[in-house]
Write a protein that binds this ligand. Structure first.
Ligand code: ATP
Length: 937
């Protein structure tokens, strides 16, 4: 039978708790996941905290059963250094300081084998162990004695302890073998003689030639090269592992891997190598000796005398069961409710049964005759109706009835024993089957379950043993188990999902979850439980009916009994009366005729009495029988009652289990639905976030581009402004249009700065309105008119806004140029005022100079001339026009009497102003604000 090599992955627990892990396992989905999200589907993805006992029970039980059935098994451990390869196979050590919990696969395997063998006393066995190490392609016998025989587990442990001390440490390969020869006679009287080998290999961690050779062989096998064409003899290791890869062993490969991020690359290599092994199929066979299957006893008379009765009885019951099954199978075949393969199997069963019948018919009839003559085995009747005993029965002696009772009791005892055994066996089989479904999640391939396995014989190389395909001498359960293992570990659909997801590089988990859900909904376990429940329920109802029938029968028997007892009492009374009457008659008859008469009467009475006594005896016998029947019925009723209680409990349990499963299913469905909804909402959120992010990124890019453009424009404007400023500096003045251009540039630069600030705020996520006038504070301080204006502006279209802005811009520039002209005018006025103030001061000084006497004042031209000269002197800096105007003015003053004296307050007005008004011109939105700064309060 082709069985693929099975893969288990064990993660070495991180040396520091909670440290980073580069690889994880999911024991539920049997998936190993790397940190990069790569998934590997294996047969057993063991958890990081997997104990030795969990590891053993998770896949070694089928191996042990196979080994006991006579198949070869193998466990090969790959792994990086220090990842627990030796720990997995052997444990922490064999000294007493080491706990039993740490025991590895080999000690556990040996313990289990010896334990199982102790429960099969009919089996004779010889068990040997060997412990070899391959060091640099040289073989080293650790125990130093080749094959070492172990009769019990203690001996085996002593050798293991010895080997543990003597083994070589370092980078080498270790191969530990357990070989066992078994012999036992089956219940069919046929000899079973088998040989099996279990090998356990701890491979070297560091790559070396033997390991490379093994890798190459694995690759060749995976590529489809037949094992016959592969050179296993290239090195000792490959020769030793011939049966493990491409051979006849049922092999498990265990990958011990490190979870440390530093070992990630090595971990991936080991994982890939292990997965590679998954493609190898081994041809697992049962190893039989030549004398296997030979009948040890066939003559039934040769059997011990004590068993003959039991066997006869069991055979009859067995025949009944088989014919019952035959009827059922025929019904099933007619209903066509099974799949084609199952139908074939049923047909095959019926065919084999017919063949058996043909062979047995003659013998059985002969045997039965013999039996009936030799043993006088009575027909086994399950229910005996109480019958009116005939006169002849009454005649039969009481010993007969006694022996009959003893016989019936014996039959009952055997019946009960048989029923118990049968129920027990049935329950065990059911449990075994359910456990298989439960514990072993290996999926059955569609065809494997139904194939009838052909018997194939082949001579092994050594000629020591011949091998046959399992099926000839294996039980149904065993065959089922092997078929399960032979089937692919991953169902084709799962493989497809994983392959597709690998191709697309997507996470297969959602799909797998979906599949798991569907699988869970159609779980065979639930169907099995329902079937079991139905069957038990049917049985329960039948038993209830039977119990009711029995109760009725008991009560009718009891009333019959009462009647009979009454009859007996009446008869006894009658007999007494009659006896009394006879004796009184005898006493009272005195005459001869009286005596004759009374004798005649007596004779009649005595006859009557005898008849009544006979009747009484019959009644008593009947009473006995009825009592027995009642006792029997009561016993049966009690058994039925107990069975009913048991069945009720079973039914409750089953309904609870199904409710449990239903609950679990609905819970997991709920859980999955919630998870899916949650994931969906997260996905939506993420998508919208992403979209927003992309949008905002686009927006940001656009804004940045705009800012860049604005900056460029600003630079141009600035250059223009600078060149015009330069020109003004050189030529002292500019044309009006140039002056206007400067203002335009300045205004545009200012507007651009505001725009840049606005866009920057947008990029930084600040509210751009903060820089705008429509902020809340501004709104509060706005007058109603302004608010109305803003509302109106809000309603403007883009073009209208543009036009408005341009106009505003023009206006601002106009205002600024007007403002500049005003400022220039004001400056000129201020200069003129200063000049006039200086002149006035000079005039005032002159007026306060001491004057000459009055007579000389009138026509003293010399004096006038001198004044004029002095005045003229003071006006050196004046223009000639001004001087002439002043001279004229002096002449007028000299010709006419002196004018009124200028009041000092008026003169003070002419004094230079100490508080010259200083104005500040600012621009506020579309207004020019002129504020006098030194205004008196
Ligand atoms: N799963 C585990 N649980 C507890 N301890 C472990 C586990 N795996 C390994 N160890 C411990 O780690 C140490 C190294 O393990 P072991 O010697 O089995 O590794 P190895 O792979 O065989 O090393 P090498 O490649 O050197 O032969 C041992 O002390 C062992 O007890």
């Amino acid at each position: 039978m082709d069985i693929p090599v099975q893969i288990a992955i064990r993660l070495k627990p991180p040396s520091i708790a909670d440290s980073l892990q580069c690889i994880f396992s999911n024991p539920r989905t049997q998936i190993v996941i790397t940190e990069s999200g790569q998934t590997f589907h294996v047969n057993r993805a063991l958890p990081v905290d997997c104990t030795q006992s969990h590891l053993f029970s998770s896949f070694m039980i089928p191996q042990i059963n196979c080994f006991l059935d006579g198949c070869d098994t193998s466990v090969v451990v790959f792994g990086q250094p220090n990842t627990g390869k030796t720990y997995t196979l052997f444990g922490a050590g064999f000294e007493c300081i080491h706990s039993e919990c740490d025991q590895g696969i080999i000690p556990r395997f040996l313990t289990d084998i010896f334990h199982k063998l102790s429960q099969m006393p009919e089996r004779e066995f010889i068990l040997h162990i060997t412990w070899m190490q391959v060091v640099n392609n040289n073989i080293f016998d650790v125990l130093g004695a080749g094959l070492v025989r172990c009769c019990n587990v203690e001996e085996a442990f002593q050798y293991m302890q010895l080997g543990w001390r003597q083994r070589c440490l370092g980078n080498n390969h270790t191969v530990f073998t357990v070989s066992m020869e078994q012999k036992w006679v089956g219940t069919n009287g046929v000899l079973n003689h088998r040989m099996s080998t279990a090998s356990f290999c701890d491979l070297a961690a560091y790559p070396e030639p033997s390991l490379f050779a093994l890798e190459n062989i694995i690759k060749e096998l995976v590529a489809g090269n037949p094992p016959k064409q592969i050179n296993y003899d290239q090195c000792i290791l490959t020769a030793m592992l011939r049966d493990s890869f491409g051979g006849r062993a049922f092999t498990w490969v265990i990958g011990c891997i490190s979870t440390e991020p530093d070992d990630y690359q090595d971990t991936l290599k080991i994982l890939n190598l292990c997965l590679c092994c998954r493609g190898i199929k081994n041809f697992v066979t049962v190893n039989l000796f030549a004398d296997n299957n030979t009948p040890v006893y066939s003559d039934k008379t040769a059997l011990p005398a004590d068993n003959s009765f039991n066997l006869q009885f069991a055979t009859t019951q067995w025949i009944k069961l088989v014919s019952n099954a035959e009827g059922l199978f025929n019904k099933i075949l007619q209903s066509k409710s099974l799949s084609e393969s199952d139908m074939n199997q049923v047909s095959e069963w019926l065919f084999l049964k017919a063949e058996c019948d043909e062979c047995l018919n003659g013998d059985i009839s002969g045997d039965n005759k013999d039996v009936s003559t030799k043993q006088g085995l009575p027909r086994i009747a399950e229910d005996t109706e109480p019958s009116e005993p005939s006169e002849s029965d009454v005649e039969t002696d009481s010993e007969d009835s006694h022996s009959e009772t003893v016989f019936q009791d014996k039959v009952e005892k055997y019946m009960e024993y048989f029923r118990e055994k049968n129920d027990q066996l049935f329950a065990e089989r059911c449990e075994e089957y359910l456990n298989h479904i439960d514990s072993d999640d290996i999926t059955l391939s569609e065809t494997s379950g139904s194939q009838s396995l052909p018997i194939m014989t082949s001579q092994s190389n050594s000629g020591r043993r011949r091998t046959i395909q399992p099926g000839e001498s294996l039980s149904g359960a065993e065959l089922e188990l092997l078929r399960k293992v032979a089937a692919k570990a991953i169902s084709p659909e799962s493989q497809k999902i994983i392959l597709e997801s690998h191709k697309k590089d997507v996470d297969p988990e959602p799909k797998l979850i979906e599949r798991e859900l569907l699988k869970m909904i159609d779980s065979p376990k639930t169907a099995e439980i329902c079937k079991k429940y139905k069957m038990t329920k049917e049985k329960y109802t039948q038993k209830q009916i039977l119990a009711r029938k029995l109760s009725k029968e008991i009560s009718s028997s009891q009333s019959q009994l009462k009647e009979l007892i009454n009859l007996c009492i009446a008869k006894e009374r009658l007999i007494n009366d009659l006896t009394k009457a006879v004796s009184t008659n005898n006493n009272q008859s005195k005459t001869c005729s009286d005596k004759f008469e009374s004798r005649l009467v007596d004779q009649d009475t005595i006859k009557e009495i005898k008849r009544h006594e006979l009747n009484l005896k019959t009644y008593k016998k009947q009473i006995d029988q009825i009592k027995r029947q009642i006792k029997k019925d009561e016993k049966r009723r009690n058994t039925l009652d107990i069975e009913l209680v048991k069945d009720k409990l079973k039914l409750d349990e089953l309904s609870e289990t199904s409710v449990d499963i239903k609950d679990k299913k609905s819970n997991s469905l709920k859980h999955f639905t919630n998870r899916i909804t949650q994931l969906d909402s997260i996905l939506k959120e993420k998508t919208s976030d992403l979209a927003n992010l992309e949008l905002s990124k686009d927006k940001e890019l656009m804004l940045r581009k705009e800012i860049k453009n604005l900056r460029k424009t600003r630079e141009c404007l600035h250059e223009q402004r600078c060149s015009l400023g330069h020109k003004r500096k050189i030529y002292k003045s500019l044309s009006d249009s140039e002056e206007r251009k400067i203002l335009e540039c300045e205004e545009a630069i200012e507007a651009i700065d505001t725009a840049i600030e606005y866009k920057n705020n947008l990029i930084c996520g600040k509210s751009p309105s903060a820089s705008l006038s429509d902020s809340q504070d501004n709104k509060d301080s706005q007058s109603r008119g302004e608010q109305m204006l803003m509302a109106r502006l809000d309603k403007l279209s883009h073009d209208e806004m543009k036009t408005l802005l341009y106009r505003y811009f023009e206006k601002v520039v106009d205002l600024r140029s007007a403002c500049a002209a005003l400022e220039a005018g004001a400056a000129a006025a201020a200069a003129e005022a200063a000049a006039w103030r200086a002149r006035a001061a000079a005039a005032w000084r002159h007026a306060h100079k001491p004057r000459p006497p009055t007579h000389t004042r009138c026509l003293d031209t010399g004096y006038m001339h001198e004044r004029a000269l002095s005045l003229g002197l003071t006006t050196d800096s004046e223009t000639s026009d001004d001087a002439m105007r002043l001279v004229d003015r002096m002449r007028q003053l000299a010709r006419y009497p002196p004018g009124p004296v200028i009041p000092s307050q008026n003169l003070r007005q002419l004094m230079p102003a100490t508080n010259v008004p200083v104005a500040k011109v600012t621009k506020e939105r579309n207004k020019l604000v002129i504020i006098q700064q030194n205004k008196k309060n």
